[in-house]
Design a protein around this ligand. Sequence first.
Ligand SMILES: NC(=O)c1ccc[n+]([C@@H]2O[C@H](COP(=O)([O-])OP(=O)(O)OC[C@H]3O[C@@H](n4cnc5c(N)ncnc54)[C@H](OP(=O)(O)O)[C@@H]3O)[C@@H](O)[C@H]2O)c1
Length: 349
Amino acid sequence: MPEKYMTWTLQSSGATENLQYGEATQSSTALGSGEVRVSMHAASLNYRDLVIAKGSLPVTQATPNTVPGSDGAGVVHSVGANVTCFKVGDKVLPHMVQGVANDFLPRLDAISGGLGQAVDGTLCEEGVYPAESLVRMPINMSYAQAATLGCSGLTAWNALMGLRGRAVQAGDFVLVQGTGGVSIAALQFAKAAGATVVATTGKDVNVARLQQLGAAHVINYKTDPTWGETARKLTPDGRGFDHIVDVGADATMNQSLKAVRTDGVVSLVGVLGDGLNKIDIMSALWSVCVVRGVLLGSKDMFREMVAFCEDKNVQPALDDVSFSLADAKGAYERLEKQQHFSKVVIQIR
Ligand SMILES: NC(=O)c1ccc[n+]([C@@H]2O[C@H](COP(=O)([O-])OP(=O)(O)OC[C@H]3O[C@@H](n4cnc5c(N)ncnc54)[C@H](OP(=O)(O)O)[C@@H]3O)[C@@H](O)[C@H]2O)c1
């Protein structure tokens, strides 16, 4: 008899009300060649999951009745034919993009074809994924911590370590913005690599926690509108930052370009701004720097990040509040209201 399990499905993009929780049945047919059934233990929400549920843009529309969720961690329950890289009991993390080479860097079309949008994601008790899309889970993390790595974690890793010859190293100065998942992962990776990190936040209540995670200085970007210039003064001789992880686009890029050092790297990863401000891209010319678009990262990068996290014993910071699978809508609400610190986790088992 096929087993039953609980899952969320997004009936159609448009509103989080379109998320439905219910029972599903394992397909009565055997797993296909190369497929792995994973018992999910934890998932974490990403800003991407919110915009897919809302579906306000053509590129954020989900295929109807897709299981949402970009990120998760679980245990191999069973394997189909020709699966040699994983066995029952292995702890694994799915990469968001399936059917691609190990060194493939996803562009927007691949991201739109990824987990939780075009193919079934992670907000379920059981998921079926191609074995080639799975990555071994780090041995030093809980499922909840490991469930933060696949989307925001990998993006932060790519931003800091993905540009050949320009990986963050000891002695570098790194600027991260706000206390969302990407920025906190970037803070933790940069600190583990030996960099000095300056962080921003719009909420003073976050300052102590950012310092506990290793931020040398914290600036409130709401009370200090020229926070980029302020941050630059905190670098040796005011030379500017080696790496900046820009999450706000129109809300942050102009200040990021004020803060970057000559030949430094500004990684444009996010669009948290409201689109109301013009980005002065000519500042990139006047600042003599690299502005780099970063979308997720490759499977090779995912494996490198796992090895780094084990080597440096990186322990991803989580939000104080977590949710059960049945309560996942509460997690969406917390993310939307920006009440979280770092990652909102959904405990599945
Ligand atoms: N390129 C990619 O592949 C990729 C992957 C993942 C995410 N992203 C994008 O990266 C962005 C961040 O994602 P996330 O998952 O980290 O989001 P998140 O967890 O929802 O981050 C929200 C936090 O960002 C901070 N924030 C909001 N507006 C800000 C502003 N104007 N300036 C500085 N900080 C601001 C706030 O922190 P405080 O309350 O502390 O101010 C807020 O709590 C999103 O746009 C997301 O779509 C891109």
